[in-house]
Design a protein around this ligand. Structure first.
Ligand SMILES: [Zn+2]
Length: 60
């Protein structure tokens, strides 16, 4: 289980189409919203999905 909070920078297993795999956590609720640090686009994931797709936390 990864330890993360609002504002954490995380590395996902899959790259965003823009070529980075680093995202900032911008919302934590029933779903988790992450924002690509390179292009600024947001992705919503369920917590289960997020926990499956996260590789590691870069900055807590
Ligand atoms: Zn991107």
């Amino acid at each position: 289980m990864h330890d993360y909070k609002l504002g954490s920078i995380v590395m996902m297993k899959k790259d965003h189409p823009c070529g980075t795999n680093e995202f900032a956590i911008v919302r934590i609720g029933a779903d988790i919203k992450i924002k690509c640090v390179k292009c600024g686009r947001c992705i919503m994931l369920s917590r289960i999905d997020f926990n499956k797709k996260i590789k590691k936390v870069i900055k807590l």
